[in-house]
Design a protein around this ligand. Structure first.
Ligand SMILES: C[S@@+](CC[C@H](N)C(=O)[O-])C[C@H]1O[C@@H](n2cnc3c(N)ncnc32)[C@H](O)[C@@H]1O
Length: 241
């Protein structure tokens, strides 16, 4: 398992990168409320600092957040004390009883080896066995294709800065983000580094896997008004009767 979102990157993610999930939340809530089965319990896979968890709780759902990052979960617990949180990989735990599973912001793309397709297949099977007919599995991934995502980017806030160098290898279906963070601690800036290894997925393969697990799937380039970045695709999969 990769060590993702430790102390400083977790802080930066929480203070600087919650807006995509917040922007997606109204559409997610709309879908949950309009589902053909009554949705009461939601699992927020890769919940991070919990921006969606918070919106789901405010929308009246019972929420379990799952994430591998201890530091992000510490923040999520403070923000949403009424949710339940599990510090475990989504691939290493049975999903709790629920009517919807959501993995927003690419949590299913983090894989450091070539076992990604197998893990996702098993994850879909697990979701299919837990969800009732009409239950929802919603997630987004990074697709293979154009434009290239390789390059350098930076962002900053009042007490932090982050530099990211992205490389990708489409034939191996991998993308690597080399992330340097700078966070102000007292008078100084602390520097840390994380390397995230990500899998690029084939949308047709994912649709076929979902169908074989009993889901009818639509895909989208946005969550309602919230557009997804380049090469991201959202999957809204409904468990068949
Ligand atoms: C880009 S963040 C998105 C966080 C949050 N969903 C949001 O939209 O703000 C991806 C999250 O997935 C988590 N993650 C990655 N692999 C995971 C796994 N196998 N199981 C659970 N969480 C995972 C990371 O720790 C991180 O919090």
């Amino acid at each position: 398992m990769q060590w993702l979102y430790q102390r400083d990157l977790a802080y930066i993610h929480a203070v600087g990168f919650g807006s995509s999930a917040q922007g997606a939340a109204p559409e997610i809530l709309r879908r949950l409320k309009n589902a053909s089965t009554r949705i009461r319990r939601v699992v927020d896979v890769g919940c991070g600092a919990g921006p969606l968890t918070k919106a789901l709780l405010e929308g009246g759902f019972e929420v379990t957040g799952i994430d591998t990052s201890v530091d992000l979960l510490e923040i999520a617990r403070t923000v949403s004390p009424l949710a339940r949180f599990l510090n475990v990989s989504a691939y290493d735990t049975p999903l709790p009883a629920c009517e919807a599973v959501i993995a927003l912001g690419e949590p299913l793309t983090y894989h450091e080896d070539s076992g990604a397709d197998y893990r996702l297949s098993q994850f879909f099977r697990c979701a299919s066995s837990v969800l009732p007919a009409g239950g929802l599995l919603i997630f987004d991934i990074i697709e293979l294709g154009e434009p290239s995502l390789a390059g350098r980017a930076w962002s900053s806030g009042e007490d932090w800065a982050v530099l990211v160098e992205t490389t990708e290898n489409q034939s191996e279906r991998t993308l690597v983000r080399d992330i340097q963070t700078f966070r102000r601690i007292g008078e100084f800036y602390r520097r840390s580094r994380e390397v995230h290894k990500v899998r690029l997925f084939d949308t047709r393969w994912l649709r076929a896997e979902l169908a074989s697990c009993g889901f009818t799937t639509e895909t989208a380039g946005s969550y309602g008004e919230q557009p997804l970045p380049a090469r991201r695709r959202a999957f809204i999969a409904t468990k068949d009767a």
